[in-house]
Design a binder for this molecule. Structure first.
Ligand SMILES: N[C@@H](CCC(=O)N[C@@H](CS)C(=O)NCC(=O)O)C(=O)O
Length: 211
């Protein structure tokens, strides 16, 4: 049974394509065009009741939320997440850090930046929100910068924590004031970006419709 990934080219889906490529797991892609509202289709809601991509079906397993998908794939493949409890919990902590912090905060910057350009919006409302969320993204980048001092990877070895964080850092570092402010993050970004599996995942993403 081949894994089926429900996908649209966004950072949350890219995490999963990177993992599938790194783990060399065979998979097929079904595009859910979130710009056309396909995430609301009842057939897709049966897979992810939350109506968001990514989601994944693997035989009897249906899993949504990118962090849960990464952890499932790491268990399935036995790769990119340590088996020992201290190592595993460290990786899970950083995966959750991305899911609860970096992703949502950068996502809010995107939303309010788009809203700010629309007619009829209160500029004070959008600028306060942008100030708040950009400040939080910068704080999170500072946390990552400190973490990556003297380290090649976020945890002990290259792991699903790197895969979770990389697409958001790669695409949205401007929200934190630009990558040059964070030299250790910049080096890590280049290191992860140079991996053949990451390049393969990016090539697949760019072959699909844009965000
Ligand atoms: N916490 C979720 C977030 C998923 C999410 O927000 N996906 C976006 C694309 S990155 C989506 O499907 N958006 C469609 C919509 O907002 O209706 C995860 O990590 O999987």
């Amino acid at each position: 049974m081949t894994i089926r990934l429900y996908h649209f080219p966004t950072p949350n889906a890219l995490k999963v394509t990177i993992a599938l490529e790194e783990m060399a797991l065979p998979y097929t892609v079904t595009t859910v065009n979130i710009l056309e509202g396909e995430q609301a289709d009842p057939a897709f809601r049966a897979i992810n009741p939350n109506g968001r991509i990514p989601a994944l079906v693997d035989g009897a397993v249906t899993v949504f939320e990118s962090g849960a998908i990464l952890q499932y794939l790491a268990r399935k493949s036995g790769q990119f997440c340590p088996a020992d409890e201290p190592g595993r919990t460290e990786v899970e902590s950083w995966v959750c850090w991305q899911l609860a912090g970096l992703g949502p905060m950068a996502g809010q910057v995107n939303w309010f930046a788009r809203a700010a350009g629309k007619p009829g919006r209160d500029p004070a409302e959008t600028s306060l929100a942008l100030h708040r969320f950009r400040k939080e993204v910068a704080r999170l980048f500072t946390v990552l910068e400190a973490r990556l001092q003297g380290r090649a990877w976020i945890c002990r070895d290259y792991s699903i924590a790197d895969m979770a964080c990389w697409p958001w850092v790669d695409k949205y570092h401007e929200h934190a004031g630009g990558i040059t402010r964070y030299p250790a993050v910049a080096q890590w970004r280049a290191r992860v970006g140079a991996r053949p599996a990451v390049q393969a995942a990016l090539a697949k993403a760019s072959a699909s419709p844009g965000e």
